[in-house]
Ligand binder design. Structure first.
Ligand code: ARG
Length: 456
């Protein structure tokens, strides 16, 4: 007998000895004898074999208990998060956490590409570790770097906890900002030009026949003067931001007229649907979570939107304010026009923080400058097959190309998410105009491929 066969025989004997074969046979016979065969046969067998199985009524009771317990846990977790958010750490605790966080980042030899790791030298750490921004915020270096200390794969790894961080910790932030925004060659202090919305009429519908572009979207980030950024916002200040946004939207006119909805009043299912339609945002991004972005959720979060869902203002997503204009077509001109009207209306009622070097201030250094991200969802089935050419074109045209579902997704059915790569060093108008030129160039390339295909 081979060794496998002998093992099999042994196993069969063991099952017989233990009564397993007998019990299973009885269950199968019982099922065989059953006049009305149950839909859920596994459940029948399981019930037959399990002496202390709950009956259906007991099962329902237990399920109810479990659901209730889950709700209680969720409530307590939220409460815990709220209380945690109120704890003030001592300087000694900050020092300890900073040193431990830094060590874990530096010791990791696999993830070495974050800008935090590159620019936070031991000397800078020493210099900044116990420095804080002015009271009452008192933001430490740790409040800015905690996310990068924990997530070693983050390309940047740092947020500003309040507007002052950019100057108080300038020897760390400045090189990170210059490298991220490709401003290393620029030795001037002023990295961002003044706001210039330009001649809005020069921005056009890029696909009047609706052949290629599925949707268009532009967003801006803003933060209200006099308040810290998300890592240091108190529960009261989150509400203050929301109140200010709500009040500021009351004067909106024409197609910008809409309603403000606070997150806590929107049921979970509706929230999910709105997130899918890009009208609302969700919580849960890991880098932001660690940096403290979701403290006191859903307090102070919400959205103002018009009925057509072409104009949105988000409250306390990542920055205090996000202004979004969108369309389900390629009419970039229409989207830009609405955005400019919307932000100018908001600016009548709210004062946003600006920096002499960096332009509009945002919590994340990647969004500084214009804070403008303009994107189209575009279907270019022929061009999208030529990855090499796409790469070359996107570099030349300063475009970022993502997959169908946005960052870190693949291109499906030739649909791509294409946006301006740059945020800083150019005016708002220059960025939108350059996206327009880039998209026109890509569509032309697609059309050439179509013609070549027909001829060949
Ligand atoms: N903290 C991340 C990093 O270090 C996020 C970068 C940009 N994303 C954002 N939502 N701000 O790379």
């Amino acid at each position: 007998m081979t060794s496998i066969e002998s093992k099999r025989v042994q196993y069969r004997k063991y099952l017989e000895r233990a009564g397993v074969i007998d019990a299973l046979s009885k269950a199968l016979i019982k099922l065989y004898e059953e006049q009305n065969k149950p839909e859920d046969a596994i459940r029948f067998v399981r019930k037959f074999m399990c002496e202390s199985c709950p009956d259906d009524a007991q099962y329902d009771l237990m399920k109810n208990d479990l659901d209730e317990a889950k709700t209680t846990i969720a409530r307590l977790e939220q409460e815990l998060e709220r209380l945690r958010g109120q704890i003030k750490k001592s300087p000694e605790e900050y020092q300890e956490l900073t040193m431990a966080g830094y060590k874990s980042l530096i010791d990791d030899e696999e993830n070495v590409s974050s800008l935090l790791r590159k620019y936070l030298t031991p000397e800078l750490l020493e210099e900044y570790m116990l420095v804080t921004t002015p009271s009452p915020v008192d933001a430490y270096l740790y409040d800015c770097a905690v996310s990068g200390f924990e997530h070693h794969d983050a390309p940047v790894g740092i947020y500003a906890a309040d507007p002052e961080c950019y100057d108080v910790f300038t020897k760390l932030f400045d090189p990170i900002i210059r490298e991220y925004h490709g401003q290393e060659e620029n030795d001037s202090d002023m990295l961002q030009k003044d706001v210039d919305w330009g001649n809005v009429d020069e921005i056009e519908n890029l696909d009047a026949e609706r052949k290629y572009i599925l949707s268009t979207r532009i967003r801006l980030s803003r933060n209200i003067e006099g308040l810290p950024f998300f890592p240091k916002l108190t529960e009261k200040q989150l509400i203050e931001v929301e109140d200010k946004i709500r009040a500021a939207t009351e004067t909106m006119d024409g197609e910008l007229i809409g309603t403000y909805l606070t997150m806590g009043d929107i049921d979970t299912e509706t929230q999910q649907e709105m997130v899918k339609r890009n009208v609302l945002f969700a919580r849960g991004e890991g880098y932001l979570q660690t940096a403290g972005c979701y403290r006191f959720w859903p307090t102070g979060r919400g959205v103002y939107h018009n009925p057509a869902e072409t104009f949105m203002i988000w409250s306390n997503e990542e920055d205090h304010v996000r202004v979004i204009s969108a369309a389900q077509c390629g009419d970039l001109g229409d989207v830009y026009q609405r955005l400019v009207t919307g932000i100018q209306e908001l600016e009548k009622n709210l004062t946003f923080i600006r920096h002499p070097s960096y332009g509009n201030l945002t919590a994340c250094p990647t969004n500084l400058g214009t804070t403008l991200r303009a994107s189209v969802h575009i279907r270019l089935p022929l061009l999208s097959k030529d990855e090499e050419r796409l790469k070359v074109m996107s570099e030349e045209l300063s475009l970022t190309i993502h997959g169908t579902g946005g960052e870190h997704t693949s291109i499906e059915d030739g649909v791509m998410d294409i946006s301006n790569k740059r945020r800083m060093g150019f005016t708002e108008f220059e960025l939108v105009k350059s996206l327009q030129d880039g998209i026109v160039a890509l569509i032309n390339a697609e059309e050439e491929l179509e013609i070549a295909g027909q001829e060949g």
